[in-house]
Ligand binder design. Structure first.
Ligand code: ATP
Length: 942
């Protein structure tokens, strides 16, 4: 007769394992989604039709002014209105979170099964079932809390900022610090941080899909509208959560947080995404097939037992259930999900914030990284190093934003005030500038872009009072900088009704608009060649060059148009800005090259500058640079041919980036592409891994990308690739480790049926024990596996390569067989020698577990040998898991209550010696096989 335990527990064991798997798999999913949808409480504020008010009335009503609010007033309002964020869902109480762990159909079934077992007075079995349910709930509770915290921290890393006028100056603050009455500056790429009534709008278009569902951007203005105008037509309003796709503007905050339109309609659904990737989906599908196959095998063995071995139908049914319990890898999906979540956390710790999870895997297949130059490969800490006027070339000392430094002509310091041409050029870049300098306790801080900040610093070094200059010649209008036209222009009017237009930008863009140049003796026709030569000298030194020019404006015109700056400008000078490469980027480029990843620089900068920096950084081919103009003249076929060999692309626009990504992808290469501007969005979306800049990137770029760099640093991309490769490796290791365990167990049960054993080597509760205990110790330790030593010295993985390769299946197959033969042999030997089924089963369970411990070390490296210090001791989680598991097994074998629960018996030292001896065989056999595979591969590759 079959063991009596087998009857009830076969069924219950199956249920328990299914429930456990479903429970574990859900912890992480819940962790992600738990607080994703904030419950919004509408703010009890009177509804004002801000869109129907004149701008002056709005300013009066919110008690603000054109210079913005003063700091004490901001603090008072912040205390009154609260931070500008949507209220988060109230966290569930710990008790509710714990109880929620039981909210699962399979757990219900298990509980019912436990109750029925108890009613039948099978107290021990009922105890085991309730124990499993409780342990599942406790682990779920702890893991869910940790996952929620980790993901909240990652979300927090992406908190948006706003540029706002405070105490008369433009500063950058966290969007949460905005209060009603704040004056906010908007520019293309910004996400509108609160509900704003626009006071100024310069060609501003806003995409309001988040609010209205309409994805075509709406042109905005400032004129008041009828009170009953529908939300989507309120052109003088900019609503929180919408995206500025073009132009600039200023708006006054009229509502924050829950009082905003988006807050009112409670539509702010945070990025809720499934914690899954293509590999996980592939494995889920594989799991379904496997389950089906197991059911077929179970049915076949049922028929076999019934017809060939003369088991009763009831006994055989239960034996088949036991087989299914053993063979289905219940823990695998959960372990894979956990591995993925740990990988995402690890990437965030290395400044790469994953926005879309499949990118984790794609990163491991990346063959080309197309990177911006400024700020990603270089430090973006700009300093003006050279200024060239018509008369002479001057260098400038000092570093960073500290405005102390001197101008020098041929190594002699000069007084800038004695050089009227220099002073005029400095005045030009001060006026045509959106940045400001602020002295703080710790040093100087720039508000605005680093390049404009550096120009301000140069002006201060030249002795200019920048604040006074901007007051004397206030700005009336501007054409904002866009990388498509590569210049910025501003219109100014003096109090004596004089008017000037200043233009600064890329030399080509400015020079073609100039007719003359400024000299000490007045203006004279432009000597284009001389200026181009000056520019080349600066660019060859790796400096980014900027030209500045001026033109008188029409005193009575208050607006500025592209037509006004088409020609007739007078060139004042050139500025050469130094922006040294990041040391970490140089090292990371080298790492990428070793890893078979080609790095390409795609920059808006001049070709000469770009090549000089590319050389300093160590890109492969730096002699040729293709410019945007050359790309335009090239057919797709020609570009496809050149794209693989050329690494430097200069003066490109975002449209070129899109073309480059497409051509590379057509060549079968997986591409990662960086971007920061609103126009980069199409290229970022198209790239296999779009990478946005976290500090200098626009919100539009972030939303279009898969990954955001918290530090804008190229090195973080290389780190993310390393982590991506590691996560993929770890996912495969989990498969490679777990499947043979199930395979071994199943073969033991199958063997027992085939040989017609009356007493099985493993009971279902024991199988349940092994599966649960090894999943929470050994398999979990693999999820923490650090990168393998050679992870960045092998070529990228081919994305078409199947996960379950023939070598993989071969390993799974023969390891299952080793586990089965070893377990079976020791069970039979002990049963034959001692006759006690309890003791023989205890030997079998411990042999199986010990096999797994040894095989875990094999699984740490897929191909590399592990019989070395690093292989055996390199992951402390593995060691911890082994110690824990041994303690569990000691309790399982010697502790009375567990002996009763699982039907085990104490073992002697001789038993253990034999078990360790037999089980260690797997370690050596697998290592031997790995060596053979490597040798064969070495022979094949010559
Ligand atoms: P990368 O793509 O590597 O970040 P980039 O930042 O130099 O390159 P763009 O921002 O498109 O690319 O700038 C292109 C050129 O336009 C610069 O080389 C510079 O000459 C000019 N430029 C950049 N910013 C401004 C600005 N605020 N005002 C005027 N001209 C600018």
């Amino acid at each position: 007769m079959l063991d009596s335990n087998f009857s009830w527990l076969s069924t219950l064991g199956l249920l328990a394992l299914l429930a456990l798997a479903a429970g574990v798999g859900r912890w992480w999913l819940r962790g992600r989604g738990g607080s994703a949808i904030p419950a919004l409480t509408p703010q009890a504020e009177e509804t004002v039709n801000w869109h129907a008010q004149e701008t002056e009335t709005v300013l009066l009503r919110v008690n603000s002014s054109e210079g913005g609010l003063k700091q004490p007033e901001v603090e008072r309002r912040l205390a009154e209105h609260g931070p500008n964020k949507l209220p988060e869902a109230k966290p569930r109480s710990p008790l509710m979170r714990f109880l929620a762990q039981f909210h699962n159909v399979l757990i219900y079934v298990l509980i019912v099964a436990g109750v029925v077992t108890a009613l039948l007075q099978h107290w021990l079995d009922a105890g085991v079932i309730f124990g499993v349910v409780l342990i599942n709930a406790i682990i779920g509770f702890v893991q869910e809390g940790k996952a929620e915290d980790a993901l909240k921290a990652i979300r927090g890393m992406l908190s948006p900022h706003a540029r706002v006028w405070r105490d008369g100056r433009l500063v950058t603050v966290e969007a949460t610090e905005l209060v009603p009455g704040d004056l906010v500056a908007l520019q293309s790429g910004d996400k509108v941080p609160a509900d704003l009534r626009l006071l100024r709008a310069k060609g501003i278009d806003i995409e309001e899909a988040a609010l209205t569902g309409e994805s075509v951007p709406v042109a905005k203005g400032t004129d008041p509208l009828n009170a009953d105008t529908a939300l989507a037509d309120r052109r003088c309003m900019a609503y929180s959560g919408t995206l500025v796709t073009h132009g600039q503007g200023t708006g006054i905050v009229v509502a924050t947080g829950a009082g905003t339109e988006i807050g009112r309609i409670s539509a702010m659904v945070a990025d809720v995404q499934q914690l899954t990737t293509p590999l996980l989906r592939q494995m889920a599908q594989f799991g379904r097939w496997l389950t089906l196959a197991i059911l077929v095998i179970a049915a076949a063995s049922f028929a076999f037992g019934l017809l060939v071995r003369d088991y009763s139908a009831a006994d055989m049914f239960l034996a088949s259930v036991g087989l299914a319990v053993a063979a289905i890898p219940e823990g695998l999906p959960a372990i894979m999900t956990i591995t993925l979540a740990i990988g995402v956390q690890r990437m965030a710790g290395r400044n790469a914030i994953i926005r879309r999870l499949p990118a984790v895997e794609t990163l491991g297949t990346v063959g080309v990284i197309c990177s911006d130059k400024t700020g990603t490969l270089t430090r973006n800490e700009m300093t003006v190093g050279t200024v060239a006027t018509q008369e002479r070339r001057l260098s400038l000392s000092g570093t960073g934003y500290d405005p102390h430094g001197v101008f020098m002509a041929e190594d002699e310091s000069i007084d800038a005030q004695d050089d009227p041409l220099l002073i005029e050029a400095l005045r030009g870049v001060t006026l045509c500038n959106d940045a400001s300098l602020e002295q703080r306790e710790g040093g100087w801080r720039v508000h605005g872009g680093p390049m404009e900040g550096a120009l301000m610093v140069a002006a201060v070094k030249g002795g200019l009072d920048t604040e006074l200059i901007t007051k004397e010649l206030p700005r009336t209008d501007l054409i904002p900088f866009e990388s498509s036209h590569k210049f910025m222009a501003t219109l100014h009017h003096s109090h004596a009704s004089e008017s000037f237009i200043f233009v600064k930008g890329a030399p080509e863009a400015v020079l073609e608009r100039c007719a003359s140049e400024r000299t000490r003796d007045g203006d004279r026709p432009l000597d284009l060649d001389a200026w181009q030569q000056r520019m080349e000298v600066m660019a060859e030194a790796g400096q980014r060059v900027l030209a500045v020019a001026v033109k008188p404006g029409e005193p009575h015109r208050g607006d500025l148009d592209f037509k006004d700056v088409e020609h007739g400008l007078t060139l004042l000078g050139l500025f050469g800005l130094m922006d040294p490469p990041r040391e970490e980027a140089i090292a990371a480029v080298r790492v990428c090259q070793q890893a078979g990843i080609r790095v390409k620089m795609i920059t808006g900068d001049h070709a000469t500058t770009a090549k000089a920096i590319a050389r300093q950084i160590g890109l492969c081919s730096t002699e040729t640079a293709l410019t945007g103009r050359e790309l335009d003249a090239m057919e797709d076929v020609e570009l496809q041919r050149r794209v693989s060999e050329v690494d430097v692309y200069a003066r490109v626009t975002p449209e070129h980036k899109l073309r480059l990504v497409q051509r590379l992808q057509e060549a079968g290469i997986v591409v990662a592409m960086t971007g920061d501007g609103v126009n980069d969005a199409p290229a970022l979306k198209r790239a296999d891994v779009g990478v946005a800049m976290g500090i200098n990137g626009t919100e539009a770029a972030k939303e279009a990308s898969e990954m955001v760099l918290a530090d804008d640093n190229f090195a973080s991309i290389a780190n993310a690739v390393e982590e991506g490769r590691t996560v993929y490796d770890n996912l495969r290791k989990a498969i490679l480790f777990i499947l043979p365990t199930n395979g071994g167990e199943a073969l033991v049960v199958l063997g027992a049926i085939l040989f017609g054993f009356q007493q099985f080597p493993l009971t279902p509760v024991q199988i349940l024990w092994v599966n649960m205990i090894t999943a929470v110790t050994l398999a979990l330790a693999l999820a923490f596996e650090p990168p393998e030593p050679g992870v960045m010295s092998r070529p990228p993985r081919d994305s078409r390569q199947p996960v379950l390769s023939p070598t993989f299946l071969w390993r799974i197959g023969y390891v299952s067989l080793i586990l089965m033969v070893g377990t079976f042999s020791l069970f039979l030997l002990d049963h034959w020698l001692n006759g006690s089924i309890e003791q023989a089963r205890t030997v079998a369970v411990n042999t199986l577990v010990m096999f797994e411990i040894f095989y875990l070390f094999n699984s740490r490296y897929m191909e590399a040998p592990v019989l070395n210090l690093r292989g055996l001791f390199g992951n402390r989680y593995v060691l911890l898991a082994v110690v824990l598991l041994i303690l569990f097994q000691i309790a399982f074998t010697y502790w009375g209550p567990l002996q009763m629960l699982f039907g085990t018996a104490a073992l002697g030292a001789g038993h253990w010696l034999l078990i360790v001896l037999v089980a260690s065989s797997v370690l050596f056999i697998v290592e031997h096989e790995k060596r053979r595979v490597l040798q064969r591969r070495a022979l094949e590759s010559g």
